[in-house]
Design a protein around this ligand. Structure first.
Ligand code: ZN
Length: 506
């Protein structure tokens, strides 16, 4: 670091200078600064611009030289279940989604303890930071949010937590298909009574007693771990409870987050109970609003797209979650179209058996690629659109656009610095395309959140990652054992192929 000589004014102190970055600002002009620098002080970005200019105006004790590598605003994860990682990959590919709740998820919730939830969220947070995510909105499914808060604070990631399981018609993640035994033979299992989650609210009164507790975290203006209002959605809340949740979110100035229109079945169930397209109904009642963020949003009609865009609500698009279970949303969904028409699309990874990693670069890539495929148009979405969804889209969806989502003076210093020392970034013919189509999260090198360096050159300075990962592995084995889950291999025979191969070999 050096201040250039001959400046009329003395250089100002900063905490950190990031120098010589290829800065993808995501500011209003979407400026790219090929040799840029960022000055950080008090957790905030205090200046961004050409390296020579910033280096002449500021000095700092910590200088991070990006050596020409891309630097971008931290990604914002907008639909995820932070505590499921301890049974990641446990659901075999032959398991029907309709059975997943009773066989594993309910067992998980009725077995997991606070320490295991803490370790599971810790694992999620470590993965997120390593892949360039600096903030996550949890779907309101961690039984003890304090465990999630503790994990987020250790890793240093920004978290927006919700009270767990705000519902008054508990069906777990049964997706509104409880009565749906007639139309779909594959859904016959939904006729059964689902396992109860012992620690979740059972009635509206119990849900209301819990709702809003996480908002206490917002009394600190700059708190790293914040609260919002989450309801589970998928037909598990009465309209009265939905409206009370909306009032609660409005009064607190936060977002209300819920699953909506995930599968054809829960969408049909909502259509039946509202007597019309769900979002059309919710627009008429005033529920559909700028501070609503829907997880998934895979099944919308023309009228619903119109209502969503008109009211400024957000969708957290989770393309991998749909693809993992074969829901077809990347083929038939309206996310890319809504985005192109000016609606707000953020991105989400969902959970440990619905996308299996918390890498928002993967979601951004799937979003862009699948939209091109669905519309048979290479230009339908491009790299810059994926970056927009992961940063500004997420900032708007979480109600934090004034604080995060871009590299601009006055915003929180949530910054991801890559390295060019990766084969995927050689050669750099175009930085944005190189990053988006080749390197993605592989080149994440250093991550700053709230002005603190939480990942430095691939290492977490605040804790011993390798030892923690071993502890987490052991905790997972113990939990699965107590849950009584025997993890099966995939069992999907391919008799025709086998027969043909045997004949060919003979
Ligand atoms: Zn979800």
């Amino acid at each position: 670091m050096s201040a250039s000589k001959g400046q009329a004014t003395a250089p100002l102190p900063a905490d950190i200078l990031v120098r010589h970055g290829y800065i993808i600002t995501m500011d209003a002009e979407r400026r790219l600064i090929p040799d840029g620098a960022i000055a950080i002080a008090g957790g905030k970005i205090i200046a961004v611009g050409e390296d020579a200019d910033i280096a002449s105006r500021f000095f700092a004790s910590q200088v991070i030289d990006a050596e020409g590598a891309p630097v971008h605003p931290g990604f914002i994860e907008c639909h995820m279940h932070a505590s499921f990682q301890l049974y990641r990959g446990a659901l075999p590919d032959h398991l029907a989604e309709s059975d997943a709740f009773d066989t594993v998820e309910a067992q998980f919730y009725n077995t997991v303890n606070d320490e295991e939830e803490y370790l599971s969220v810790l694992l999620s947070a470590i993965e997120m930071v390593r892949s360039g995510t600096t903030c996550f909105l949890e779907a309101g499914t961690v039984l003890t949010p304090e465990s999630a808060a503790r994990a987020a604070k250790l890793v240093g990631i920004r978290a927006i937590l919700g009270d767990p399981f705000i519902w008054d018609q508990p069906q777990g993640f049964a997706q509104g298909k409880l009565e749906d035994t007639e139309s779909c033979k594959a859904c016959a299992s939904h006729g059964r009574v689902h396992q109860e989650l012992k620690r979740a609210p059972k009635t509206k009164a119990e849900a209301l007693a819990v709702m809003g507790q996480e908002l206490r975290r917002n009394s600190h203006k700059d708190a790293l771990v914040r609260g919002h209002v989450a309801i589970l959605g998928l037909g598990t809340a009465s309209e009265d409870l939905m409206n009370q949740a909306k009032d609660c979110a409005d009064a607190a100035g936060v977002v209300l987050n819920l699953h909506q229109s995930y599968s054809a079945a829960d969408t049909a169930a909502d259509c039946a109970r509202f007597g019309k397209d769900p979002l059309v109904h919710l627009a008429e009642t005033g529920f559909l609003d700028r501070n609503i963020v829907f997880g998934h949003g895979n099944h919308f009609t023309d009228a619903e797209c119109e209502a969503l865009i008109d009211r400024g609500a957000s969708i957290a698009w989770a393309p991998a979650a749909s693809m993992m279970w074969g829901h077809g949303s990347t083929v038939h969904g309206r996310h890319a179209e809504i985005y192109r028409r000016g609606g707000n699309i953020a991105l989400g990874s969902d959970s440990a058996n619905w996308s299996n990693d918390f890498d928002l670069w993967r979601q951004a890539s799937l979003a862009v690629m699948s939209a091109r495929e669905a519309h048979e148009d290479r230009t339908y979405l491009v790299a810059e659109d994926g970056l927009e969804m992961a940063t500004l889209g997420g900032a708007r969806a979480t109600g934090m656009l004034d604080r995060i989502g871009s590299i601009e003076s006055g915003k929180c210093a949530d910054i991801v610095i890559h390295t060019l020392d990766r084969p995927e970034l050689v050669p750099v013919t175009n930085m944005v395309r190189g990053l988006f189509y080749s390197a993605r999260s592989k080149s994440v090198h250093t991550v700053i959140i709230d002005g603190k360096v939480v990942l430095l050159a691939g290492e977490f300075p605040a804790f011993r990652e390798r030892e923690l990962l071993k502890d987490i592995g052991r905790a997972s084995a113990s939990l699965l054992k107590r849950m009584g889950v025997r993890v099966e291999a995939n069992n999907i025979p391919r008799p025709e192929r086998l027969g043909r191969q045997t004949r060919t070999a003979g």
